[in-house]
Write a protein that binds this ligand. Structure first.
Ligand code: SAM
Length: 231
């Protein structure tokens, strides 16, 4: 993790350009952020741009788990444009103050299936889920099982900070059954069902044949996982 550290008084734009070779609108929006705070690992910016740029200027329905200070919703509004339907959810009731600023904010837990389904219904569907919530194994797992099946065809599901899969205090651990990389492995298995005789899906909720692409980031490199619903 040390290699991703960045000094408080450092130049954000310079760091992202020099260390991660990324430049563009998202860098300007992030580095020029004012008002509400947003903290993202700098190496995530090029990855967001790679997976989310196709949604810019569209009516994308974008759900972020984890609102905190409301800064990331503001960043997504500036990046995705006025037509995007943005919704952030957070367990912390203080986050309700950000409702209506850059998008909707709803209060509830990412491990509450009824709450998640209600939010998606209110959004009129969901094209993108970005999980930056508790980073705890059971929570990530429940959100995925509930929200992935609700994604529109060709939608994108991204999970941040998957290095927590190795942390017992987050419900993970190298050999732990709940380590989220085991789930990603099952998703990869389901994607390759033709090659292993259509064995029973380990995660039937995700729908066999719906997973078009799984890109697990390597902890220490990226800590980010991304999946696409089949097209
Ligand atoms: C890392 S912060 C999110 C930051 C925000 N996405 C950003 O980039 O500025 C994590 C947020 O997840 C919220 N959170 C923690 N557990 C949660 C849960 N079970 N359900 C929903 N949100 C949760 C926390 O209250 C916190 O605001």
């Amino acid at each position: 993790m040390k290699k991703f550290r960045f000094p408080e008084d450092g130049n954000v734009a310079e760091d992202i350009r020099e260390r991660y070779g990324f430049d563009g609108d998202l860098l300007d929006i992030y580095a020029g952020n004012e008002g509400v705070k947003v903290h993202k690992w700098h190496h995530y910016l090029p990855l967001y741009d790679r997976y989310f740029s196709r949604y810019r200027g569209t009516k994308v329905k974008f759900l972020e788990i984890g609102v905190n200070n409301g800064g990331s919703l503001q960043m997504w509004r500036r990046y995705l444009g006025d037509d995007a339907v943005l919704c952030g959810i957070d367990i912390n009731p203080d986050c309700a103050q950000y409702d209506g600023q850059s998008g909707m904010v709803r209060i509830g837990s990412q491990d509450d299936p009824e709450f998640l389904a209600k939010v998606v219904e209110e959004m009129g569907g969901v094209d993108v889920v970005l999980d930056d919530g508790s980073h705890r194994m059971p929570h990530i797992e429940t959100s995925l099982r509930v929200l992935f099946p609700l994604l529109t065809q060709g939608g994108t599901y991204m999970i941040e900070d998957l290095h927590t899969s190795y942390y017992p205090r987050f419900g993970g651990g190298f050999d732990a059954k709940a380590n989220f990389f085991n789930t990603l492995r099952h998703m990869v298995d389901d994607m390759h069902r033709w090659y292993h005789g259509n064995k029973t899906s380990a995660i039937p909720e995700l729908g066999r044949g719906r997973i078009a692409r799984v890109e697990p980031g390597i902890a220490g490199e990226r800590s980010l996982g991304s999946g696409r619903a089949g097209e």
